[in-house]
Each structure stands twice: as structure tokens, then as C-alpha cells.
Design a protein. Structure first.
Length: 331
């Protein structure tokens, strides 16, 4: 990876190749005429705007060097179970943990592709609770936990396709129907348990097949094996990679990352996941740190000074042997 992207100039050229594979197109006037300025930006011949390759993307006005962004994207996609913000903070030498955390959350936002295809065929749907072990009621109605809707395609008795995960406020009809309409194509066969909310949630849009767990002879995982397997893998991933330190307010970002990994688990080349992530990153608008945190600190309140001076991560530039090898391929 570092041989392909030895400096920020190579990273910038790669982003340009991904963003405009057929040549420059102005995002404002959609014109193709442009001049390249000395600082690397483009001057649109139509609207006379000065545009950069990273403008309007998650890299907009970024402070860390692009080589650090690419290193973080590579570590997040090359590892089977991903990487936590604490590990990334230690490996890349960020001045603060918040920088690594915000960088990974920006990538998680880009992992959801707009207009992605809905699940089709036979789809198992159920809900699961995410949270630590707490006293009180178990199952539906438990307090202090987050309810997550899970849907997964069933390709064969033991084969699973793609999955969809979303936080829902409750297991009532409006929440379940919204989840189904957004993630499952109409006409699909929906397999659920005996919850009374599913028949009115599916209506005439889906072929509903209830499998009451109470009437079955075996446990719930035997009645809905696919969706319970996905839920089990999700909880194991949260406890393993992130040590269970995932707040409920930011859980949806981690659900999107798990779905991104699960749906591409059969990819033969990790470099393709790296490319897909950056392809979507240049199509997502700028994301500020204040929009990522749930309860941002007011501007008038001055934060406490850090115990150690914060420094930006050093660039990872090396001497290249071959310049821009990706130009040999079509995106």
C-alpha cells in the first residue's frame, strides 16, 4: 500500500481517478472545461469556481496528511475484524484519541452506499438487543439496551447472503414496516417469529411466513438460524474488536461497518475493499466533528488543556519506485 501511495500527491491523484474516472466534471455547473492551477486545484471554465479534489468529500479541509487517511482506510479494510479507534491511535501516532475516533466514524458514514440494492428472495427478520448484562427483564422490553432490527438473505439451508441492520425505537408496526420497506424489496418472502407486529407490517407487500418459536420443539436459533447467526457474529465483533465499548448513540455507525464487512466477506482481494471504501468516501459530503458527537461541547466553554501537547500525525511519505500505477486500470 505504501509503495502505491508514497506521498500525498499520489493519494490526491488516486482520489481524482476515483472521483472523476471519465475526466473532471464540475459539481456545481456539471461542466467539463477546466484549468489545473499550480496548487493542484481546478478552475472551472463554466462557473469560474476553484475546486479541489478533496472538496465536498469527507477529506474536505483535512488536517491529517492523506497518507495517514489512506493508512487508516487500509488498516480498517485489510484486517478481517477491522480496527478500533484506540488501536489506530496507537499505531499511527495521533495527537488525540478523538482524531482517530472521528476518522473511523467518517469512514463508517461512507460505508453506506446511497441507492444500494434491497434484499431479495427469502429474508429472515428478527430483533436483537445490544448492551451489557444487566438485571431485570430479558428479551423484548429489557431496559438499558438498544433494540436492533436484523434482516438477512437465505440462499440455501446453510448459506447466507447480504444483511441489513438498523436501530429501531420499538418492535411495533410502524418501526418494523419502515425497516422492511427500506431494506427488503417488495414481493420477497419474509420469515419471522410469531410476533403480532409482523403481519400488519408486511401487509400485501411481502409474502409473510411466521415461525412461532413457542410452538417449535427446538430453541429460537433453530427456527431462525440465519438471523440469529448474524446477531451472534455482530455481538462477538463488538466485544472482540471494540471490547464492548460502544455507546448506544453511535451504535448505528458500527452496525453499518459490520454490514459492510459481512456483505463483502467473500471478496478475494482486500485491496478491492480499500478501493470501494474510498470510492464511496469521495461521494459523501463533508462531515464535521460536532456533527459526529451526540452532545458536543458548547463553543463558549473552553476545554481543559491536555496533559501532553497534541501534535498532528507525521506524514508517511516514502521514495516511490513507480508513479500512479492505478492509471493502468479502469475504475
Amino acid at each position: 500500500m505504501r509503495a502505491w501511495f508514497p506521498d500525498d500527491a499520489a493519494c490526491l491523484d488516486y482520489l481524482e481517478w476515483l472521483r472523476w474516472p471519465e475526466g473532471f466534471v464540475c459539481p456545481q455547473c456539471k461542466g467539463a472545461g477546466r484549468w489545473r492551477m499550480a496548487d493542484g486545484r481546478f478552475w472551472c471554465a463554466g462557473c469560474r469556481r476553484r475546486l479541489s479534489v478533496t472538496g465536498g468529500t469527507i477529506f474536505h479541509r483535512t488536517r491529517p496528511p492523506l497518507t495517514v487517511w489512506f493508512e487508516a482506510a487500509w488498516r480498517a479494510t485489510s484486517a478481517k475484524n477491522g480496527v478500533s479507534a484506540k488501536t489506530l491511535h496507537r499505531l499511527l501516532g495521533f495527537g488525540s484519541y478523538q482524531t482517530a475516533w472521528a476518522m473511523l466514524h467518517r469512514f463508517r458514514t461512507a460505508m453506506v452506499r446511497p441507492g444500494r440494492e434491497s434484499l431479495t428472495g427469502t429474508v429472515e427478520v428478527d430483533e436483537t438487543f445490544i448492551g451489557g448484562i444487566k438485571s431485570g427483564k430479558r428479551g423484548r422490553g429489557a431496559l438499558g439496551k438498544t433494540l436492533v432490527a436484523v434482516a438477512v438473505e437465505i440462499l440455501s439451508p446453510k448459506g447466507l447472503g447480504r444483511c441489513r441492520l438498523r436501530i429501531i425505537p420499538n418492535a411495533q408496526v410502524p418501526a418494523l414496516r419502515s425497516f422492511l420497506l427500506d431494506g427488503v424489496a417488495p414481493g420477497s418472502r419474509i420469515v419471522t417469529d410469531g410476533l403480532r407486529s409482523y403481519p400488519p407490517a408486511t401487509l400485501k407487500d411481502y409474502l409473510h411466513q411466521p415461525v412461532p418459536v413457542a410452538r417449535s420443539r427446538g430453541p429460537a436459533p433453530m427456527s431462525l438460524p440465519g438471523v440469529h447467526r448474524v446477531a451472534s457474529l455482530l455481538k462477538r465483533w463488538l466485544l472482540g474488536t471494540h471490547q464492548g465499548a460502544v455507546e448506544a448513540d453511535h451504535l448505528q455507525g458500527y452496525l453499518d461497518e459490520f454490514a459492510f464487512r459481512f456483505n463483502r466477506r467473500r471478496s478475494e482481494f482486500r485491496g478491492l475493499l480499500f478501493r470501494r471504501l474510498l470510492e464511496q468516501a469521495v461521494r459523501v459530503g463533508p462531515i464535521t466533528y460536532r456533527s459526529l458527537v451526540v452532545n458536543p461541547t458548547p463553543k463558549r466553554q473552553k476545554p481543559l488543556p491536555p496533559l501532553e501537547p497534541r501534535v498532528g500525525p507525521a506524514s508517511l511519505e516514502i521514495n516511490p519506485k513507480e508513479l500512479h500505477p492505478w492509471r493502468k486500470y479502469n475504475p
